[in-house]
Design a protein around this ligand. Structure first.
Ligand code: PEP
Ligand code: MN
Length: 337
């Protein structure tokens, strides 16, 4: 349910509605809008007593939210959300490029790549310190040491850092070192992790699960937002299909689908989405054309020796060319880069 306040509602009237919601043991989520404030209600099981709220001072109307997901829906908030990642706005008119290696391998590697992607036009640096690998024998990441390296790369380049948390303890650490907590595809329905990220003071990059529907994807975002963290950026990174020419099938159609039902920003990961270096640039261009708010791209200075995801990592030179192309495409779509 959504309680829509009158345009001239006073702060006291808004607080009065919040208090009435909380007095029933439910949670109030004030959503300030350009025109007026609305207050989302979660935690209620049965029908909310709409007439009770409608009669409170300052209330315009009470409307039901029909989707299973509430707080992330456009019904709840009509305007696009803009999420700040270390001061970089995601979801506004500017396209946001996140780039860096799949995994943090060493200080040297991270600094080489960070400097190059910064020069090439990246706004945010990526790199995994905790890696979710299919094989327990594969490189698992440098852990906290990797987070320290990321912090050093941020210090040097000024780029905010996004990195993945594999578990609840990882969120504690990443909150301290990084600017954005990534939740990976395999963890999209790790509900205790989602809840913990919902209590974090840093924004969350939530990747779509390998086999999840749009509704499941948004319900996972709802877990985070319902805990009080409204700063969620969605990420399409490809889903499993019968395709035999790519690692995953990048479902670009989900971008406009998300935009029509949710106010959250969405970026696209063409690296995991294709698994192939030569497919990253064409799918990046397509992602921008289809309305993505940004891209997250794996870049390695020597992909053949990369400890993780070398085959899908592009070189810094390829990254430079890609950004040059995107700078031509962006204005056609009314975006800045
Ligand atoms: C990654 O970003 O390196 C990663 C492991 O992503 P995903 O969860 O999409 O596989
Ligand atoms: Mn990777």
């Amino acid at each position: 349910m959504l309680v829509v306040m009158r345009q001239n509602a006073s702060p006291e009237e808004i607080q009065g509605v919040e208090a009435a919601i909380e007095a029933r043991g439910w949670k109030a989520h004030p959503i300030p809008g350009v025109q007026r404030t609305a207050i989302g209600i979660t935690g209620n099981r049965g029908a909310v007593e709409a007439p009770v709220f409608e009669s409170l001072p300052g209330v315009l109307e009470v409307i039901p939210v029909t989707h299973a997901y509430k707080l992330v829906s456009r019904e709840m908030k009509a305007e696009d959300s803009i999420v700040s990642i270390g001061g970089v706005p995601v979801g506004g008119p500017g396209l946001v490029i996140m780039a860096g290696p799949c995994a943090v391998e060493s200080l040297d590697q991270m600094l080489i790549v960070a400097r190059r992607v910064k020069e090439g036009g990246a706004h945010i640096l990526r790199g995994g310190a905790f890696k979710p690998r299919t094989s327990p024998y594969a490189f698992q990441g440098l852990g906290e040491q990797g987070l320290k390296i990321l912090a050093a790369a941020r210090e040097e380049t000024g780029l905010p850092v996004v990195t993945e948390a594999l578990d609840v303890e990882g969120v504690d650490l990443i909150e301290r070192y990084a600017d954005c907590i990534q939740i990976g595809a395999r963890n999209m329905q790790n509900f205790s992790l989602l809840r913990r990220a919902g209590k974090a003071k840093k924004p969350v990059l939530l990747k779509r699960g390998l086999a999840s529907t749009l509704e499941e994807f948004l319900m996972s975002a709802e877990y985070i937002v319902s805990e009080g963290n409204y700063d969620v950026v969605l990420c399409e990174r490809g889903i499993r299909s019968f395709s035999d020419f790519s690692r995953n099938t990048l479902d670009l159609a989900v971008v406009p689908a998300v935009k029509s039902v949710s106010h959250l920003p969405i970026v696209v990961d063409p690296s995991h989405g294709t698994g192939r270096r030569d497919k990253v640039a064409p799918l990046s261009r397509a992602a921008v054309a289809v309305g993505a708010d940004g891209l997250i791209i794996e870049v390695h200075h020597d992909p053949n020796t990369a400890l993780s995801d070398g085959p899908q990592s592009i070189t810094p030179d390829m990254f430079d060319h890609l950004v040059t192309d995107l700078r031509q495409i962006a204005p056609v779509l009314g975006r800045q880069l």
